[in-house]
Ligand binder design. Structure first.
Ligand SMILES: [Zn+2]
Length: 344
């Protein structure tokens, strides 16, 4: 195995992945501390420490290839594990989702990978992203099933947003089909520096929804700030996230501070506004940031002859895009959510 000696020595799995955009010969080896390292595919590496573990943790990045900060965080964690600087206390599966899109510095190659999970890849026309989504689902499934259903499962899918956000870091809590939201997960997110959480109200084809729905994992899409090229990220703004992830994978149990609802801004999806007419516009500028709130009655969008007004005070905009194809979502709106009995 030609790449093995180098990987063992420098732990640089990211470069190895970038040099092999579509496939990488599987290989496994054991670290001096007994941890089993299994390269399953390009961008997919699994670690099993010796001794008893209780958690099966999936950390994914580069599902969108140009979102570099999370890639840099995971790259460093992987290097520290392989070179022995960081000793694991839990099983961990790292995934760099879309290696070719990292290399071309684009969100995706042919199709948005984060719309292809939970069966959405099962369509006639094949493209590399559909093939990849299917493979990634298989690795996650095998990882969780090998651990067994009694163990604790989580999957944090790490991203950075295209657009600025009033709340720089935020997380998307996938639809739980009526199950309660967990305060302990909100505390984990807060420890990562994320105090804004958006609760979804319907099934999705995202990677985090897949792990949440199929395996009961605590799963989130976590947006850690704005997209920047490699090397241009202000890594200080990701320090809390990195330390929290490090603690999660290297400690038996992590204690987070006590839950206090005042420390969070929670939102629930309110509605989707689709563009149905060629004449479509927003009253706010293109640079309006995510989570900008509006007073009841303020104009949100104009679609041909139809005008949309804020229906409740604080209705806020997410991911506005006036240039989508006709029939597509131009705007998602959210409303503030209070902590109540639906949280445990
Ligand atoms: Zn993304």
């Amino acid at each position: 195995m030609t790449y093995l000696a180098e990987l063992k020595q420098n732990g640089d799995f990211l470069t190895l992945t970038r040099n092999n955009e579509f496939t990488l010969e599987p290989v496994s080896f054991t670290l001096n501390n007994g941890t089993l390292v299994e390269v399953l595919d390009t961008g997919v590496i699994q670690f099993t420490p010796v001794g008893e573990t209780t958690k099966d943790i999936v950390l994914s990045s580069a599902v969108h290839g140009n979102e570099t900060a999370p890639i840099e965080i995971c790259d460093e964690l992987i290097q520290h594990i392989i070179t022995g600087k960081l000793t694991l206390a839990q099983r961990v599966l790292f995934i760099f989702g879309n290696p070719k899109s990292i290399n071309i510095g684009q969100r995706f190659v042919d199709e948005n990978l984060n719309r292809l999970f939970n069966g959405a890849h099962n369509q006639e026309t094949d493209n590399p992203e559909k093939v990849r989504a299917q493979k990634l689902e298989g690795y996650v499934r095998a990882f969780f099933e090998k651990g067994g259903s009694e163990r604790y499962r989580c999957h944090y899918d790490l991203h950075t947003a295209i657009r600025g956000s009033k709340n720089e870091k935020f997380a998307v809590y996938p639809f739980l089909h009526g199950k309660p939201w967990k305060k302990s997960q909100l505390q984990f997110l807060l420890s990562c520096g994320v105090n804004t959480v958006l609760m979804m109200r319907s099934a999705a084809t995202t990677f985090s929804y897949f792990s949440s729905y199929q395996f009961g994992a605590d799963a989130f899409t976590i947006e850690l700030g704005q997209v920047k090229p490699f090397g241009e990220n202000n890594m200080a703004s990701f320090a809390k996230t990195k330390e929290t992830l490090k603690a999660l994978i290297s400690q038996k149990n992590v204690e987070y501070k006590e839950f206090n609802a005042d420390e969070f801004e929670l939102f629930m999806v309110h509605r989707t506004i689709n563009r149905t007419q060629p004449e479509f516009s927003f009253p706010f500028s293109d640079s309006a940031v995510n989570f900008t709130g509006f007073a009841k009655g303020e104009l949100l969008a104009t679609d041909g002859d139809q005008q949309y007004f804020a229906e409740v005070d604080g209705e806020a905009i997410i991911f506005p895009n006036a240039n989508v194809a006709l029939g597509q979502r131009a705007l998602l709106t959210v409303v503030p959510l209070e902590v109540d009995e639906n949280f445990i």
